[in-house]
Design a protein around this ligand. Sequence first.
Ligand code: NBY
Length: 833
Amino acid sequence: VEATIPEPLREAWRKHSANEFTNKEEFETELVRHIETTLARSLYNCDELAAYSGTALAFRDRLIIEWNRTQQRQTFTDQKRVYYLSLEFLMGRALDNAMLNVGMKDAAREGLEDLGFRIEDVINQEHDAALGNGGLGRLAACFLDSMATLNYPAWGYGLRYRYGIFKQEIVNGYQVEIPDYWLDNNPWEFPRHEITVDIQFYGNVKKYQDENGKIIHSWEDGEVVQATAYDVPIPGYGTKTTNNLRLWSSKASSGEFDFQKFNAGDYESAVADQQNAETISAVLYPNDNLERGKELRLKQQYFWCAASLFDIVRRFKKTKRAWSEFSEQIAIQLNDTHPTLAIVELQRILIDKEGLEWDEAWSIVTKTFSYTNHTVLPEALEKWSVPLLQNLLPRHLQIIYEINLFFLQSVEKRFPKDRDILSRVSIIEESHPKMVRMAYLAIIGSHKVNGVAELHSDLLKTTLFKDFVEIYGPDRFMNVTNGITPRRWLHQANPRLSALIAEKLGGYDFLKDLTLLDQIEAFVDDKAFREEWSLIKRENKLRLAKHIKSTTGFDVNPNALFDVQVKRIHEYKRQQLNIFGVIHRYLSIKAMSDEEKKKVIPRVSIFGGKAAPGYWMAKTIIHLINKVAEVVNKDPEVGDLLKVIFIEDYNVSKAEIICPASDISEHISTAGTEGSGTSNMKFVLNGGLIIGTCDGANIEITREIGEQNIFLFGNLSEDVEDLRHRHFYGDFKLDPQLERVFDAIKSDTFGDKGDFSALTASIEEHGDYYLVSDDFNSYITTQDMVDEAFQNQEEWLAKSITSVARMGFFSMDRVTNEYADSIWNVEPLPVRD
Ligand code: NBY
């Protein structure tokens, strides 16, 4: 039955169609209605949580009205759409963002005040949607914001994890992981129980001929799990476009399988099946930049790819277009290799289900997909074992072998004399067991492959993917340097700075065109402007100091230099270099006379970040930071000159407090290891300076803001290989100042030295892979330059303002437009008001 209402009845429908509140009064009406009816509360029992829920529901109504209209518009115009496939969407909180994007935050503030609530307290009730690990997941979230803001017809597809990234607690200086159950009364999702897809696993492939003699592959038996869609509305800023993020949740199939078990009286086993099925979307894997090859992870990947592809194909088929038009209607972006099975799945659908010939299908596939690489770290490159795939996805493994065969044949034809190239570029690694190299599969199945910063993309072309550049030519490989959404990372996180800029620029247009920021450079000498600028930084530091006091109990001096490093804990990101630098500073202060101490610039070293639960070295680094904090913070000889803070459970909403409050932040990865980094951009956009290595986007930030406005140090990417090589052959001498630091650790200054022996040994004895010792001197010398620069507050302020003025390039809107033009070939769909 068609679900469309016939024309004669539509008038009545339109008359009663839902309305949006347009002012404070109407907002209050909606808020109270939701509190009293949807939530069954009243003015006698409305706490802040209920006020939050009511406010969220009122805004949700607005979003979903525009969501409906946007989807109708996009269906009606039927132009090309983008699907962004990501296993992670690190969204953070939604309410503040929704209020700002629809432009009703002031109305909400006043309305809430009338009813007895402070908007900040209400906003703080929300649980972060933390369906991601770090930069990769946050990039996906920034993409969604930009794609909606720029009116692109675009959907995100992901998994609806029951548990997001774990909550971190620090107990006796150690990280403890707490499950993050976040779904209880989450107002932002719409369950679509009618949108389901059956997903098959295991089983076997039967081969037979049909009546025309054509070979048919049939994937039979096995298990079936059901995917159910949950939709999350994504509002653009200053536009009515409201896009969709569709997250899949798993449960037992309502099909014949468990039914038979029920009938057979096997109730317990049917319940067990149910739980097994639900396990697929139960938990986000907490590893960043580390691949572990677990079967459940592979199941997650296929479950999500297959459900998304089914949904995309179903929508395409409704248009009744020819298959040849598929890639003119649809672009699919793969966020890392996690969704690479989507390539194989589309090929399978086209040849096994839709009856297309291999070549025709493969041409559609490669024109549809494109792949973003985020890392060159070898331990992060996904490989799946052939036996695992054979068991779980037998038909897909056959197709992978076929893709590989045709690919290798074409390579052999082009490079007949090159004996090694075939084994180097084969999708199958000839190891025991054999492994499928997902990055190679992703390259071969895509028309564009991009890295996320210039250096990173260059390294891909010259090292990891070198052979593929030879094979396909340079056009398949490109760079799109990452960006961040200025809506969340300036306007929402730092409303006062945003307002100051708006005052000078005559409005908030810069939030939609961040290059307009360059106009504030004209005010760099304006006295009132400068005063206001530094006042805002001070208030942001006070806000962070308050947070630190309430969560750690430590008092920090807001006049001190706030030095921040917040990001996932990883050896390549080198939090160990930072904490060794802190210890060096501590030892230096301890050796000073009272006279000398007067010249010291007080500093607060702030750390935050999670370690993957199985990554022992990262956990050791967290432990050392916390132990150093314990000793330093209560040392009367040091007092305010140095404080060390570890902020627990770093996440998106904490980043919104931390980024605006830094004087300097650290982006100090070993050169050549960080894909891009995006927090570097967040800090500079909020008027913080940075200390960093020549790595990732730091290099382009330097080019934009000028090298006088950044503190760069350390060995360059081109020297890394040689240094490692030398270490390997015993040419290694521990930096003498670092030796002094290690001596302190080894004399139990920060608790039992045994706790840290693996960390010091990795440097002294095991080759110092991340070049901590090689960069140590350069690092502390540069930190001394930071102190000196901070003494001249006037110049520091000029650097801060100038840097912000020159950050326009790093808007996610620039990034999104680049993908749209040079990868997706999609146009925005403008909205009339
Ligand atoms: O992606 C990060 C890069 O390290 C960073 O340099 C870049 O700015 C950012 C956005 O492009 N990568 C990242 O966050 N990766 C992960 O979180 C991640 C998560 C899971 C897995 C691998 C990497 N995994 O294989 O399970």
